[in-house]
Structures are given as C-alpha cells and as structure tokens.
Ligand binder design. Sequence first.
Ligand code: 13P
Length: 251
Amino acid sequence: MSKRIPVIAGNWKMYKSVAETAEFFEKFRPLVGEATHCEIVIAPPFPALAAAVEAARGSRIRVGAQNLHWEKEGAFTGEVSGPMLAAAGCTHVIIGHSERRQYFGETDQTVNRRIGAALEAGLAPIVCVGERLEEREGGRTEAVLIQQFDGGLGGLTPEQFSAILVAYEPVWAIGTGRTATPEIAAEAHRLIRDCAARRFGATAAENLRILYGGSVKPDNIRGLMARPEIDGALVGGASLDPRSMASIVHF
Ligand code: 13P
C-alpha cells in the first residue's frame, strides 16, 4: 500500500486583510514548526497572497489561491491566471469549491478548464466535489460524485492526474457545524477513489490524496484522520485562527 502524506489545508474564503494575514503567520509559524508529518497549505484571498508567501518563506507552509482563470492573460476583468499565481509564489489552487459552483456559475466544464490551466502553470489543483443536502437525502450522492469527478477530471492524462488533490466537501457540512461522521466521509472517499481507479488505474487511485472538508475543527479532526480513506482536511472557519489551525495540523 502506498503511503500518502496527509495534507492539512486552510481555505480562508473572503476573510483577512494583508495585516491580518501577517498577524496570522506570526502566530501560526512557531506553532507548526515541528510538524513534518503532513503538508500544510494556507489559501488566503488574492490581495493577501504576496504577504502570505513572504510570511511563509523558509517554512514548510505552502500558499494556495482559491480560484484561477483558464486563460493565461487577456481581457477578463476581475480574473487571475495560473502563471500570475505561480509567479506570486503559490504552489496550490482550490478549484470548483461549492461556493463557486453555487454563487458564481462554476460547472464541471469550467472546473475542467481551470484544472488544465493550473497544471500547465505548475500549480497543484485541490479539486472540490460534494453533494448538496437534497441530493444526499434523495439518494443521489454517488451519482453526483461520479458526475463531478468524471466531468471535472475525466479528460486528464494519468500524468496530469498524479498532480491532483481532491477535496470531498459535502455542501450540507460546510459552515454548518454539521460535520460528516468519519464513516460517512470515508464512504464518500472510497467512492471517489473507485472513480479514480476506473479512470486512471489502481496505482493512480491508491496514490490520490482525498481531503475531507466541512466543519473540520480541532475536536473532530482526529476521528476523521483515523480513517485510512481520509488523507487530510480542507478547513474553512477553523483555519482562520492560528491556534485552532495549528491544533488541526497536529491531529
Ligand atoms: P468550514 O470548515 O467553515 O465548514 O468550511 C469548509 C470549506 O468550505 C473549506 O473549503
């Protein structure tokens, strides 16, 4: 069995100014200095990326963006490209978050294009999938995850796929305080890994890191990480506080 290195990633969403970012890193860095058992990624809003990269320099903390456009440059007011993010020092980018799907018209097709652009720029995409409450209650979780996986990731080459991280984020668990139980999350992760095996083969699936996201907190991270199917977490609210994020890192 392959040894997948865990990833603990913080998605700050639309929180924190440049000054607040610097303040976070000042407190967070010493708290995770000894943590070598996992990869750590922090994804601030665009204006704070440079400050985060600067503050993380010389540490093991990596910086990610929360979105990117699929073109390298052009007349796309308000958008940011992969090469720009890479040049700014980002190593990761979150793609297809449910908030982008819900509020900004993100589809599996646009997710697919963004993934291609991220890979071309040398960024590791953290691709989000997850069912909404009514889909889970209607027994459609599996169908939704398969559709999002195939639609977003289906066309990749095996080599491209090896650079991908997937985040399973059930929409009903995001910002609600209602975490999926480790069993529910593990079941979804198995399903996603099965999709990967069908498309890209057993070894690629075995190497894929699947993070769980949705109300991850210091007091539930251990139960989640105890499941062999769960390779890390994409943390929203609890990643904003340096102490709580550090305690999640030390799961
Ligand atoms: P919360 O941890 O605030 O539920 O957010 C999860 C999330 O959306 C991370 O991308």
